[in-house]
Design a binder for this molecule. Structure first.
Ligand SMILES: Nc1ncnc2c1ncn2[C@@H]1O[C@H](COP(=O)(O)OP(=O)(O)OP(=O)(O)O)[C@@H](O)[C@H]1O
Ligand SMILES: [Mg+2]
Length: 504
């Protein structure tokens, strides 16, 4: 009996065997790309090859980013937008559900549009479009957001009233608009009311319901979409970095209406501009947690994904739950970034739709912040795995320095002394890591950073320690932590007794 059997075999036979011929990462030639025409993301985990993202050999430029809260989705998006702007001069429009990007955009000197906090959108605004087309879009949004689809008569009445309001304002329905002032939803409602008062219409209840449905978007104090627009929609796609902050709107329905309207406007702009032979991307549109907008088949997010490539418009959809992204988007994006995933059902969904190996699945489940698996859809079938792992998305957070001021606990003599340390300064990561070392994580850590951030990243040591105690951190841990920051034992004792005395 032999345990090893020798066999004659041709080398091309061997090459067919997956074990020998399939490298675990795509070859460097597809990962590296020309760094002047591609965006550096990070190094691959296995061979440490620098990965520069480019869509030139992918099916399209669109990106899906999925991962649990805190996994680094927004961080990745910011990194990508900044580098795309640097390399290709790409404009960006962020549809910012929770106002999450606003501070960053302000810092980067981009433009922030805060709806319901001083900024308004007139959803009847034409920005050069034909009134008939805009009417269809408004009806489409109402179809996604309300139950109008179930009431054909109300739909017809609403559509007619919108068209009538354009005609009354001097527009020709089938001609591209000039710069006359657009009517608003209030005008549309007034027309329907007139019709109701005139009487004679067979189904007054239908009219009443149509009015009621529109009125929710035009009530005094909630008329964010029925006043003159405060931004130039026609220029949205060429204004550098624009953050449309939706966090001030009262609920999801309002946010979705704004998002759909912006997408429609961008789509029109994209089609009107046509194809041009510029390198890279002209515009990137970001939809972060916009589930209502990303999940509906009728949303223009789907149209942009289908047509964007030829116009060099890219869409980034980021979400905590991959199942909230419409199948048509999810299965059509050229690149998916999978960050940390917690729920088994999401993992199963991702694995079945993206077809990665169990090895990759295992790795994803161990990811920390900023790690990612990347799946790319190449235009030609290639003989290597399409999913690989990035050790860390190598972003660029602006350097934040935090200061802990010790002057309150120093004696006069110590204050005079050149040797005494009067404050501690460290970078965000350093402070965060020190806190993690002492088990100060999760909401305690988040609360402390938000306290620091609201006071220009500086705090007096006594306030800092009081805050740690409020977060339930024990004295012994606080002492260890302060020691780790390099504070002298005598001063630590002084700090703890001062805080203890104050608490009495
Ligand atoms: N690649 C990275 N390198 C360094 N820090 C990172 C990285 N990714 C994320 N972070 C940091 O981790 C924190 C959480 O990241 P981020 O806000 O991007 O998460 P998120 O996935 O967008 O979460 P949410 O779903 O709650 O919006 C941030 O403070 C961010 O600066
Ligand atoms: Mg985020």
């Amino acid at each position: 009996m032999t345990l090893v059997r020798l066999q004659n075999i041709m080398s091309n036979e061997i090459a067919k065997r997956a074990f020998f011929s399939r490298p675990p990462e795509p070859p460097a030639s597809v990962l590296i790309n020309n760094p002047f025409q591609a965006i550096y993301i990070g190094n691959t985990s296995l061979f440490k090859v620098p990965f520069n993202w480019s869509f030139s050999n992918l099916t399209n430029p669109h990106i899906a980013v999925v991962g649990i809260t805190g996994s680094g989705k927004s961080f990745f998006v910011k990194t990508l937008l900044r580098r795309a702007n640097y390399i290709w001069n790409t404009n960006a429009i962020i549809i910012d559900w929770a106002g999450e990007y606003k501070p960053w955009v302000e810092q980067t000197r981009g433009k922030v549009v805060s709806l319901a906090k001083g900024d308004y959108l007139n959803i009847l605004d034409l920005s050069g479009m034909k009134p008939l087309d805009r009417t269809k879009q408004i009806m489409n949004s109402l179809d996604i957001l309300t139950d109008i689809g179930m009431f054909p008569e109300q739909k017809r009445l609403t559509e007619e009233a919108i068209e009538q309001s354009y005609t009354n304002a001097g527009f020709i329905l089938y001609e591209n608009a000039g710069d006359q002032e657009s009517p608003t939803l209030k005008d549309v409602i007034a027309l329907l009311q007139e019709k109701l008062q005139e009487g004679g219409y067979e189904y007054p209840a239908e009219l009443e319901n149509a009015i009621y449905r529109l009125r929710q978007f035009a009530r005094e104090g909630e008329d964010f979409f029925s006043r003159k627009s405060t931004l130039d929609l026609g220029k949205l796609a060429e204004s550098g970095l624009v953050d449309i902050d939706l966090s001030g709107l009262p609920d999801e329905k309002f946010r979705a209406l704004a998002a759909l309207f912006i997408l429609q406007t961008i789509k029109e702009k994209m089609r009107a501009e046509g194809w041009s032979d510029t390198k890279g991307l002209k515009v990137i549109i970001v939809l972060d947690e916009a589930w209502k907008v990303a999940s509906d088949e009728k949303s223009d997010a789907v149209t942009i994904v289908r047509e964007g490539r030829k116009y060099q418009f890219g869409l980034i959809v980021a979400s905590q739950s991959p199942t909230d992204i419409n199948e048509a988007i999810f299965s059509n994006v050229g690149t998916t970034f999978i960050l940390r995933i917690k729920f088994e059902r999401f993992m199963a969904y991702l694995q079945s739709s993206l077809r990665f190996s169990n090895f990759i699945k295992e790795e994803i489940s161990k990811f920390g912040v900023g790690q990612a698996a990347v799946k790319m859809e190449f235009t030609t079938a290639l003989n290597f795995p399409e999913t690989f792992i990035i050790g860390k998305i190598n972003g660029e957070e602006p350097l934040y320095v935090y200061t802990i001021d010790l002057s309150d606990v120093l004696t006069a003599g110590e204050m005079e002394s050149k040797l005494a340390q009067k404050d501690l300064q460290m970078e965000k990561d350093e402070l965060r890591n020190k806190m993690i070392e002492h088990g100060i994580t999760g909401s305690a850590s988040a609360d402390i950073f938000s306290m620091l951030d609201s006071s220009e990243r500086s705090t007096k040591v006594l306030d800092f320690v009081k805050r740690l105690k409020t977060e339930g951190v024990a004295n012994a841990t606080i002492a260890e932590f302060l020691r780790g920051l390099g504070i002298d034992d005598t001063i630590i004792t002084r700090i703890l007794s001062r805080v203890g005395a104050d608490a009495q």
